[in-house]
Design a protein around this ligand. Sequence first.
Ligand code: LGS
Length: 485
Amino acid sequence: MDCFAEEGDFMKGQFPESFIWGVATAAHQIEGAWNEDGKGPNIWDAFSHKTGNIHNNENADIACDSYHKTDEDIQLLKSLGVSHYRFSISWARILPDGLLDVVNKSGVEYYNRVIDKLLAVNIQPVATLYHFDLPQALQDKGGWLNSRVIEWFAGYARVCFKLFGDRVRLWLTINEPHEEALNGYGYGNFAPGIKRLDTAPYQVVHNMLRAHASAWHIYDEEFRGSQHGKLSIVTNSQFYEPKSTKPYDVAAADRGLQWYLGWIAHPVVYGDYPEVMKQVVAEKSKKQGIPCRLPSFTAEEKTYIKGTIDFFALNFYSASLTEHIDIPMNSNENWNYITDQEIKTSRREHWIKGAPDWLYCTPFGLRKILNWIKGNYNNPEIIITENGFSCDGEEDLSGDAALEDTHRVNYLKGYLNQALKSVIKDGVQLTGYFLWSLMDNFEWDDGYKFRFGVHHVDFDDPHKHRTPKKSALVFKEIVANKGFI
Ligand code: LGS
């Protein structure tokens, strides 16, 4: 069975004329030049230079070498015909020790070059301020667990708005806060490698939300009037499909979404965490005899955080089946985020599996999550800031074989067709789509094992040669047609 099996008919139709068509990358995953021209080390430099943290002990010292290949990368973007490019700014390339005492001129020049060259070929720059790569100097002061990070981030954001905001009109503050919080401060498989699953992820996200809100207010008060841009925070979630129609499973699936998407989206839309999250964590912490593990916002903070997105930014990859599980309360248990949720996820047999393990080709999930956002957050403007696929075996492929990426082609067509249905049939206000990713790159703790690119990168080649895969050609056609004609 293929990707479209449970999707119903494939729909012909076009997205609106003004639809944003883009591809995305992130600084640490593509730039390389990790210690060149005054860049300071970040947490991923430190983490990947320690043996045992990354698949095959790989690192992003060179990665795709994009720092030296601006022209070539812009050529790839141009050939795709996209209207926008989402990249991220490396905090430590602009402020080597994270603080405002030293601004690295070469780093500023690099992003100026990227932005100016994009605009010269009529591609709009979309900048993410923070994509998992905290300057190591700030980690040494406690990183996202130290609430002073709010002022550090605010300072950095203001510098970026000043330097680049005359040309960047779409800003994303923090990419997937809870991905870094859970993996970096909970499981420890991401930088900075802290394993405190019970409390640290909640605290990290709390500080990230407050940091995001400061950046939004700075933009709103000091820059919006002259720069006329828009700003958001990047959420992500799987779609939680109930495993059965039993009320227990239906409630569990909704809880999954409230918890995963709502953890970020609820505060920035409504000013506080979802009710179910607050209740459950409070109850469980009480039984453990400890203070509530989920921090709370003061009344003032709630007002400050509420309404701090100008559009809803969503990264979406995959769906999962969800059922309720009762977790026996055991005082010896290390109670954590996952057990708080009281859900168990699985997959349908026929879903085509990608790699990593969490990734399946489930286009229906995109339409459903877009509708869930529409229903729960007052039909906001939504931009998909990431969506893409990788699967087993691609890391071993080279030459022409790597370019026959049929699974990625099916995935993209399937997901974009569901996105189209959400716009035309459901009235979802989806205004843009960014494919992850422009090219194969450094996939965090998985190193170069998983390839999400529509351009193949030969990492063994000192020049990091890029070749379009079939998916690049198919995406180009969809972009040119503004959908499916
Ligand atoms: O490369 C990353 C892509 C690949 O898949 C990118 O840097 C991130 O922004 C983003 O996290 N990316 C990504 N995410 C999928 C995470 C899904 C987690 C679902 C876990 C289910 C068990």
